[in-house]
Write a protein that binds this ligand. Sequence first.
Ligand SMILES: *[C@@H]1O[C@H](CO)[C@@H](O)[C@H](O)[C@H]1NC(C)=O
Ligand SMILES: *[C@@H]1O[C@H](CO)[C@@H](O)[C@H](O)[C@H]1NC(C)=O
Ligand SMILES: *[C@@H]1O[C@H](CO)[C@@H](O)[C@H](O)[C@H]1NC(C)=O
Ligand SMILES: *[C@@H]1O[C@H](CO)[C@@H](O)[C@H](O)[C@H]1NC(C)=O
Ligand SMILES: *[C@@H]1O[C@H](CO)[C@@H](O)[C@H](O)[C@H]1NC(C)=O
Ligand SMILES: CC(=O)N[C@H]1CO[C@H](CO)[C@@H](O)[C@@H]1O
Length: 321
Amino acid sequence: MVAVSLLFALSSVMGVLSAPTRVSVRGPILYDGRAPLDFSAADLDASKEPFLTVVKGSNNASQYTQLLGTTELPTPLWNTAGNLQTEQVLAVSIDNSSIFTPGGFAQNGFRRTDIIAQQGGSPANLLNITQVGTTVFHFSVKTDEARPLNDTHEYQPVFIEPSDGTHIFDLQLASGSPFTNPTGDLPAANARNFRVRNHAGQTLFESELTNGNWHNFAVQVDWDNRTLAVLYSIDCAELQPVTGVEPNESAAPGLQGEFHFGLLKLPLVNPADSPEDQNNVVAFGIQEGTLEALKFSGIFVEGTQRGIRAGNGRAIRKIQA
Ligand SMILES: *[C@@H]1O[C@H](CO)[C@@H](O)[C@H](O)[C@H]1NC(C)=O
Ligand SMILES: *[C@@H]1O[C@H](CO)[C@@H](O)[C@H](O)[C@H]1NC(C)=O
Ligand SMILES: *[C@@H]1O[C@H](CO)[C@@H](O)[C@H](O)[C@H]1NC(C)=O
Ligand SMILES: *[C@@H]1O[C@H](CO)[C@@H](O)[C@H](O)[C@H]1NC(C)=O
Ligand SMILES: *[C@@H]1O[C@H](CO)[C@@H](O)[C@H](O)[C@H]1NC(C)=O
Ligand SMILES: CC(=O)N[C@H]1CO[C@H](CO)[C@@H](O)[C@@H]1O
C-alpha cells in the first residue's frame, strides 16, 4: 500500500513538471516541502504530508510553527513566475516549553522544534527516493527580527540525521559561539555567521547570516561516492557553487537519515552541574527560555540527472569533481 501511494505521489509531481510552463523542464523533484498557500495550522497539527511535526515541546505543532500565508514573501528564487507567490513561509519558533520528550526522556538541555520531511506517512519512505545516486537538498533561511536568536548559543537549524545521531551535513548558526566545555568568551566575533558542515563537523562554507535577506542553500550529496558540494545565493540571485566536490567519507557507506529543518538550540554549560553532566548537552545546561524563531521557504529535494535548479527558471550542471 505504501509503495503504491508513493508511486502516485511521485508520478503526480512529475506530471506537474512535464506540464507546459514558462520554466523549462528540469530533473525530477523528489520531495517538495514548499508549503502550499492552502496548507493550514490544522494540517501542521495533524503532521500532514509533507511534514512530520512531532519533534517539539508539549504544545500543538501550530503553536510553535506559524504559516505566514501572504503576509510575508518567501524566497524569490522559486516564486517569481508571473509574479505569483506559490508557497508560504514557515516561521519555526522555540520557547521555554520546547522540550522534546521522546520515550519519556526529557531533552532538558535543548530547546527545539524540528520539522521532518516525510512521504506516504513516514520519513523512511523518502530514504530510497531522495538519498540514492546524487541528489540536491534545497532550503532558504531568513532571520525573524522580532524574535531574534541569541548570539551566545549554538543552533543547528538544518541537517540530515541517521539513527546514529550523526549528520550527513548540517547548517550551524551562531557558529562563532559553538557549544564548548568549558564555555569560552561569548559571543565570539563571528557569532552571526552560518556554517555548512560535513559529516565530520568540518566547515565547507561560512558567511554572515544578515538580517532582512533570504539566504538560499543547496547541498549536493553524492550518496555513492560520499561527497558534498554547496551552492548558495542571497535573495533573487541564482545559486552558485561555493565549494568544489568535497569528500565526506566519515559518513559510512549506505548511511541515510531523516531530513530535518527548524530550530535546535544548544545550551551553555551550567557550572552547577557535575563534570559528567556538563558534557551532556541533550539533558543538561543553561537555557534562557526565550521566544526565538527562524523563517524557512524553498525546501525541496531534486535529482541531478538534468542539472540543478538555480532559480529564476534556470538550471546549472551538477557540480563535478
Ligand atoms: C491542541 O489542539 C487541540 C485541537 O484543536 C485542542 O483541543 C487543544 O486544546 C490544543 N492544545 C493546546 C496545548 O493548545
Ligand atoms: C524553563 O523551563 C525549565 C524546565 O521546565 C524551568 O526549570 C525553568 O525555570 C524555566 N525558565 C523560565 C525562564 O521560565
Ligand atoms: C532501501 O533500499 C535498500 C536496498 O535495496 C533496502 O535494503 C532497504 O530496505 C530500503 N529501505 C527502505 C526504507 O525502503
Ligand atoms: C543570551 O544568553 C545569555 C547566556 O545565557 C544570557 O546572559 C542573555 O541574557 C541571553 N540574551 C537574551 C536576549 O536572552
Ligand atoms: C565516483 O567514484 C568512481 C570511482 O572512483 C569514479 O569513477 C566516478 O567518476 C565518481 N563519480 C563522481 C560523480 O564523481
Ligand atoms: C573522517 C573523514 O572521512 N573525514 C573527511 C570528511 O571530509 C573532509 C573533506 O571535506 C576530509 O578532509 C575528511 O578527511
